[in-house]
Design a protein around this ligand. Structure first.
Ligand SMILES: NC(=O)c1ccc[n+]([C@@H]2O[C@H](COP(=O)([O-])OP(=O)(O)OC[C@H]3O[C@@H](n4cnc5c(N)ncnc54)[C@H](O)[C@@H]3O)[C@@H](O)[C@H]2O)c1
Length: 379
């Protein structure tokens, strides 16, 4: 099998998760890395046995590199993805795809024109029981979808001393909790039900009008406590909490919340889907369990076991039942599908592409418009 040479842009949380998990495929070599400074990139390269580091522009222009992973703050996704595509690289980009709809449209058109593989990292689709739920809904096992409910709740930005680049719209985009984790929730509910969000009504809240910005750099999710001499107070206008009512397809309705200030919730990504025959519910923090709700018989909890699951979903379960598959595995599954497509470009992509990323940006724009107008909005 041809070996693929890949470059990592970003040396933080996702840079690490992508580097470790793409290597599990066995035929993709992470040969280069770029970071926010040459020193940080060189340090990451040393720690992860990556042969070289450089600026992202150098790596994108290197003819020996086949693909890049974009694991940087959101504001960099567009210039980096555009430059990489222009230089003939296959691109796997973290979510949200861009800062706005116009940028996302440009990327979709460019990737199409160049005929290059393009992926938006909605890895949360790839939990085996999420795939199983999708297959059950497709097979009509819960009937016609009537209602969806759920949340993506975290607590890592609860205190006004909690800080990260995501708080600043120049690096993150205007929508923070909604863009960061609401983007996953909306992608997932549409993926599961096969229904598009057709209308929505949103309300967003900034709990901390002022936050204490550290004078030194602070790692994502570090949860550090700062002393007064360590920070300066800055005004905040990105959302800490949000709620959205929505319509899906012709008939279904639902609602979800996003939060980065809900004490005790770490990555509480949960959804419920109710149909004319039954219901399904799943929680990322217990990924190997799927709840099945019945009207006239006892409810069930099925556990992840590829040998007992729908065949299409079993393809996402690489370990035997009883051995859990979690967050790292959801990334590995995406890389499996993305790189299989890189090797076989004539095949239809079986993973979320930049077109899905564009759809996500259109929904986020609708969320913002609805919040500002205090009205229902059609995306
Ligand atoms: N799919 C998921 O589950 C998931 C989870 C977390 C984050 N993300 C996304 O991944 C992206 C990165 O988030 P993170 O949590 O890893 O952030 P992070 O702060 O941990 O890391 C960001 C990294 O970007 C790099 N960087 C900054 N400026 C750069 C530049 N000019 N050139 C090259 N690199 C530069 C730095 O090396 C930094 O370490 C974001 O878009 C985020 O939305 C996705």
């Amino acid at each position: 099998m041809k070996r693929i040479q890949t470059a990592m842009l970003g040396t933080g949380f996702m840079g690490t998760v992508h580097t470790e998990n793409v290597r599990r495929l066995g035929y993709v070599d992470v040969v280069a890395v770029a970071g926010s400074s040459p020193e940080k990139a060189a340090k990451f390269a040393k720690e992860h046995s990556i042969e070289r580091s450089g600026s992202w522009q150098e790596l994108c222009q290197d003819p020996t590199i086949d693909a890049v992973h974009i694991c940087t703050p959101n504001v960099l996704h567009y210039p980096q993805a555009k430059f990489a595509l222009e230089h003939g690289k296959h691109v796997l980009c973290e979510k949200p795809l861009t800062m706005n709809v116009a940028e996302a449209k440009t990327l979709v058109a460019l990737a199409e024109k160049k005929g290059l593989a393009n992926c938006i990292q909605h890895n949360l689709r790839n939990y085996p029981l999420v795939q199983n739920a999708k297959e059950m809904i497709l097979a009509g096992e819960i009937g016609e979808v009537l209602a969806v409910q759920g949340t993506y709740s975290q607590d890592w930005l609860l205190y006004d001393t909690d800080y990260n680049w995501r708080i600043e719209k120049e690096h993150n985009g205007v929508l923070r909790a909604m863009g960061d984790i609401g983007s996953h929730w909306m992608d997932q509910i549409q993926f599961l039900t096969g229904l598009k969000i057709t209308e929505l009504c949103a309300d967003l809240t900034t709990v901390h009008a002022l936050r204490k910005k550290p004078k030194m750099s602070v790692q994502t999710f570090a949860g550090k406590k700062l002393k007064p001499s360590d920070y300066e107070e800055v005004p905040i206008d990105t959302d800490d909490f949000g709620m959205v009512m929505l319509k899906l397809g012709d008939r279904a309705k639902g609602c979800f919340t996003v939060s980065q200030i809900s004490a005790g919730n770490k990555n509480s990504f949960r959804w419920e889907v109710y149909g004319t025959k039954g219901g399904l519910s799943w929680n990322q923090e217990r990924p190997d369990e799927l709840w099945i709700g019945h009207r006239n018989s006892p409810n069930q909890i099925i556990v992840k076991d590829g040998s007992l699951m729908k065949p299409a979903a079993a393809a996402y379960a690489d370990l035997p039942g009883g051995h859990s598959e979690g967050y790292d595995d959801s990334h590995k599954q995406m890389f499996k599908h993305f790189y299989a497509h890189v090797l076989n470009p004539k095949a239809k992509p079986d993973y979320p592409t930049f077109a899905d990323g564009l759809h996500g940006m259109i929904l986020l724009a609708a969320v913002l418009k609805s919040h500002q107008k205090r009205a229902w909005v059609k995306p």
